[in-house]
Design a protein around this ligand. Structure first.
Ligand code: CIR
Length: 266
């Protein structure tokens, strides 16, 4: 693993999309379907976005696409590496239309845009970026052709792609993310091959494996992983916890509600 920094983005921005009133109809693959309260979800989403604003991030809001129940989970439709914006091709057919119009917004954010094409499928939730290493989950949503196209786009830009099998959860980032110093954190029952991740910190709560680097020593985690949050605080991180319970009901986590444009761990 190398932590050589990528070309810096000048400031921190997130791309988000307001949740659809049909969020309850979103895909669920590894958990039983449960009801979702759309009003509560909207309030949780607003608090999530506010956590970034409070940490100094600018917010780019994509147009609403209420016909897409999973449209709020924008992490899955793009991947950003330096100045490259990769438009994904979701493995879930119900999510394919979510990419419509995305290229324009990525270009407006100053990115060079490329696309994943059929037969490739790839979802951003399967990509974990630590310095110039991109851990790439091969999952039910991201296939070999998608990963080959990813390599073609990022390796000439200096990245190393490390393929990781993912069968126990939806995406790689459902199992493993990383804290800002580049150390991976994972929930052991879901990490199929821990040897892939040097120095992996095991965490005792599933949602504790989902960390967003907010910058300047701050990290965003979901409420509901207090033991893990206390551990991160001991490592001197300032932990910001947000309740995203309504999104967890449709297998979302704290990473998947935004695309981060920054130079940090992602
Ligand atoms: C899906 O199954 O596609 C959505 N219900 C949840 C997507 C969550 N994405 C993520 O964690 N990156």
């Amino acid at each position: 693993m190398t932590t050589k920094p990528q070309p810096p983005t000048t400031h921190r921005r997130i791309i988000v999309r307001r949740p659809s009133p049909r969020l309850a109809e979103g895909q669920v693959s590894h958990i039983p379907r449960r009801p979702v309260d759309p009003d509560l979800a909207l309030g949780q989403w607003e608090a999530y976005v506010d956590a970034f604003r409070s940490a100094g991030w600018d917010v780019i809001e994509l147009p609403r696409r209420d016909e897409h129940p999973d449209g709020v989970f924008v992490e899955d439709i793009a991947f950003v590496y330096g100045n490259l914006g990769l438009v994904a091709r979701p493995g879930a057919e119900s999510r394919r239309g979510e990419i419509d119009g995305l290229e324009r917004h990525l270009r407006a954010a100053g990115l060079d845009v490329v696309h994943i094409h059929a037969p490739g499928t790839l979802e951003g939730g399967d990509l974990l970026k630590i310095g110039t290493t991109i851990y790439a989950g091969r999952s039910a949503r991201t296939n070999a052709a998608g990963l080959a196209q990813l390599r073609d786009h990022v390796e000439p830009r200096g990245a190393t792609v490390v393929e990781v099998p993912v069968t126990a959860a939806l995406h790689l980032k459902s199992c493993v993310t990383a804290i800002p110093d580049g150390t991976p954190v994972g929930y052991p029952p879901l990490v199929e091959d821990p040897s892939v991740f040097p120095g992996l910190i095991p965490v005792p709560e599933e949602s504790g494996a989902h960390v967003v680097d907010l910058g300047e020593g701050r990290i965003l985690v979901a409420a509901g992983c207090p033991v893990t949050a206390a551990r991160f605080a001991q490592l001197s991180y300032q932990v910001v916890a947000v309740d995203i319970g309504q999104f967890e009901r449709v297998e979302g986590c704290v990473t998947c509600l935004s695309i981060r444009l920054h130079a940090g761990i992602d």
